[in-house]
Design a protein around this ligand. Structure first.
Ligand SMILES: [Zn+2]
Length: 119
């Protein structure tokens, strides 16, 4: 392999690595914005994604964060755990999580007879 070919190979590898880094960075921003919209959070958080580390941090936050509730009356966003809207005091419908918890409590706890005593 001549020096010319080796140089071309190095340039190709560097360009290839840039391509990989930029495509990962771009997809973090893209999927971060999508996750933010799904969770009623502002997609403008992704401006931190102008730096690749910011993109990673905000992407992880958007994936982990719970979706915000939107008030049916005043359309303001409020905390997941809110029972009434903090802006107009409209009560939110019962959270689906609560219904699941009640269903689990109502279900029989499984017949587990006491283990036979030995000795
Ligand atoms: Zn409201």
């Amino acid at each position: 392999m001549s020096d010319n070919q080796a140089g071309a190979l190095v340039v190709f590898i560097i360009l290839f690595m840039f391509l990989i880094v930029f495509s990962i960075w771009g997809s973090l921003v893209f999927f971060g914005i999508r996750a933010a919209k799904q969770k009623n959070r502002s997609p403008h958080w992704m401006w931190f994604g102008l730096h690749p580390v910011g993109a990673l941090i905000i992407f992880i936050f958007m994936k982990v964060a719970q979706p915000l509730k939107i008030c049916p009356k005043c359309a303001q966003k409020s905390n997941v755990a809110a029972v009434v809207c903090p802006f107009c005091q409209t009560p939110f419908a019962a959270a689906p999580g609560a219904a699941i918890a009640q269903g689990a409590a109502a279900a029989p706890a499984g017949a587990s007879p006491a283990p036979p005593r030995t000795s």
